[in-house]
Design a protein around this ligand. Structure first.
Ligand code: NAD
Ligand code: UGA
Length: 459
């Protein structure tokens, strides 16, 4: 089948960047990204590319280059499905918040709605690509829906999980470690492999069966998150033994069998996927009665929750066991640098804990809006919206956020935090002035020299 037109359902953190790169590298293919969220599509179509709904370094330039040529953003979902030979499903698959599997299983209602829509609209053969992260054996369900609702149309289902990380999405997409395609039909796999083949070498395009592909995505995220929890577990031990977690990470990372990446101790991992995907893995393992397997992976989440909690506990304990009425400045709200995404950010949980202790929290983040910060907090349902607005403020300036504060908590490793005028900040803060560096981005000796009491992770 010759692919002239592609449709991607879901204009989010994956759909947007992934399709922008596919469009850039395949100028002869028309790529249309559709979404039910009209505001999001309008933002993708904003003539001012600095206002795209997603902040990703390098993305705005690529959208500017391709939009209106062979990349389109639209809410006309049925039309785009009808016209395309290949349809990517790139909708959200959050953890279920109701019913069976609540708090553990992936909620597949959005994926199912897409499948039903494709089945309803399609009048010609289609290749349907699972781009969303899905539980192993989901393709079976999609196949069953497409087969039973669709007319005489032939559907081929491929699993093509995405491995990009936010903040480096463009680079990750341009030079992927591998592209994974799982499927039953060699012809359909070739169609998708050819699209990637425009810029990815053949040896990096892996072909597997559908189930291996689906499970590999969950497994990759579980392994990555496990490394962060492993080094964070050691960070707590370091704090009790005068070992330095950065030195330990370097020493073990130089062992080529271990490798140096993903060993940065932190206040805990966040992001929309690590927790969700591990919970899903745990749920699947339990469904098969594999309790030891489930318990093993669940521990990665338990340790991460512990790491977030002990960060705020340590702050409170160090501030003479009370933060009530004290101003605590938080630098960063995003779950990592170079993104405006805040889903599951450690900052949300640390702030919530501090607010429970009646602290007055002021947040500065270069890319996250005041409204988003309040929404994140309200989502926890710990207190009323009014109470949250009263207790937690945001500031457009780091210096304003830090003025007269008792302590600063560094939650995100934004580069700009390293080069702030820490002398000025010290002078403007209450004394003793405390820094709790949840990302280990500052130098302890430098901060001590200025006069700060400085606490890092695992030191
Ligand atoms: P997202 O929430 O940013 O975007 C999903 C979009 O899908 C939303 O804009 C939503 O309005 C839209 N949508 C939902 N149902 C729809 C429907 N029926 N029709 C049309 N549009 C619909 O999510 P995301 O971060 O892009 O993640 C998407 C998937 O990719 C998830 O399964 C996630 O696990 C996976 N993934 C995410 C990342 C990441 O870095 N965010 C990386 C790899 C994989
Ligand atoms: C992660 C994976 O890295 C991607 O491969 C995957 O595609 C994606 O999840 C997904 O499926 O959504 P992402 O969550 O965007 O990407 O970002 P990461 O760089 O993996 O960071 C996740 C969290 O771990 C962040 O909070 C980060 O600060 C933290 N982290 C990461 C550490 O605390 N230490 C580290 O050494 C690395």
């Amino acid at each position: 089948m010759k692919i002239n037109k592609i449709c991607c359902i879901g204009a989010g953190y994956v759909g947007g960047p992934t399709m922008a790169i596919i469009a850039k590298k395949n100028p002869n293919i028309q790529v249309t990204i559709v979404d039910i969220n009209e505001a999001r599509i309008a933002a993708w179509n904003n003539s001012d590319v600095s206002k795209l709904p997603i902040y990703e370094p390098g993305l705005a330039e690529i959208v500017k280059e391709t939009r209106g040529k062979n990349l389109f953003f639209s809410t006309e979902i049925d039309k785009a499905i009808d016209e395309s030979e290949m349809i990517f499903i790139s909708v959200n698959t959050p953890t279920k918040t109701y019913g069976i599997g609540k708090g553990m299983a992936a909620d597949l209602k959005y994926v199912e709605l897409c499948a039903r829509n494709i089945a309803k609209v399609a009048k010609s053969d289609k290749i349907v690509v699972e781009k969303s992260t899905l539980p192993v054996r989901t393709a079976q369900a999609i196949k069953s829906i497409l087969k039973n609702i669709g007319s005489d149309v032939n559907f081929n289902i491929l699993s093509n999980p995405e491995f990009l990380a936010e903040g480096t999405a463009v680079q990750d997409l341009l030079t992927p470690d591998r592209v994974l395609i799982g499927g039953e039909s060699d012809e359909a796999i070739d169609c998708l492999a050819n699209i990637y083949g425009s810029w990815v070498s053949e040896d990096k395009i892996l072909r597997t069966n559908v189930w291996s592909s689906e499970l590999s995505k969950l497994t990759a995220n579980a392994f990555l998150a496990q490394r962060v929890s492993s080094i964070n577990a050691i960070s707590e031990l370091c704090e009790h033994t005068e070992a330095d977690v950065n030195e330990v990470a370097k020493a073990i990372g130089m062992d080529s069998r271990i490798g140096s990446k993903f060993l940065q101790a932190s206040v805990g991992f966040g992001g929309s996927c690590f927790q969700k995907d591990i919970l899903n893995l745990v749920y699947i393992a339990r469904t098969y009665g594999l309790n030891e397997v489930a318990d093993y992976w669940e521990q990665v989440i338990i340790l991460n929750d512990h790491q977030k909690r002990r960060f705020s506990d340590r702050l409170i304990k160090t501030l003479y066991n009370t933060v009530s009425g004290k101003k605590i400045a938080m630098l960063g709200w995003a779950f990592k640098k170079d993104t405006n995404d805040t889903r599951e950010s450690a900052a949300i949980y640390v702030a919530d804990h501090l607010l429970n202790e009646q602290a007055e929290v002021v947040v500065y983040d270069p890319k996250v809006s005041k409204e988003k910060i309040q929404l994140d907090l309200n989502y926890l349902n710990t207190r009323t919206q009014e109470e949250n607005e009263q207790l937690l403020k945001s500031s457009d300036s780091p210096y304003q956020a830090l003025k007269d504060s008792h302590a600063v908590a560094i939650m995100t490793e934004w580069d700009e935090f390293k080069t702030l005028d820490w002398n000025k900040i010290y002078n403007d803060m209450k004394k003793p002035a405390f820094i709790f560096d949840g990302r280990n981005i500052l130098n302890k000796a430098d901060m001590n020299k200025i006069g700060f009491e400085y606490y890092a992770i695992g030191k």
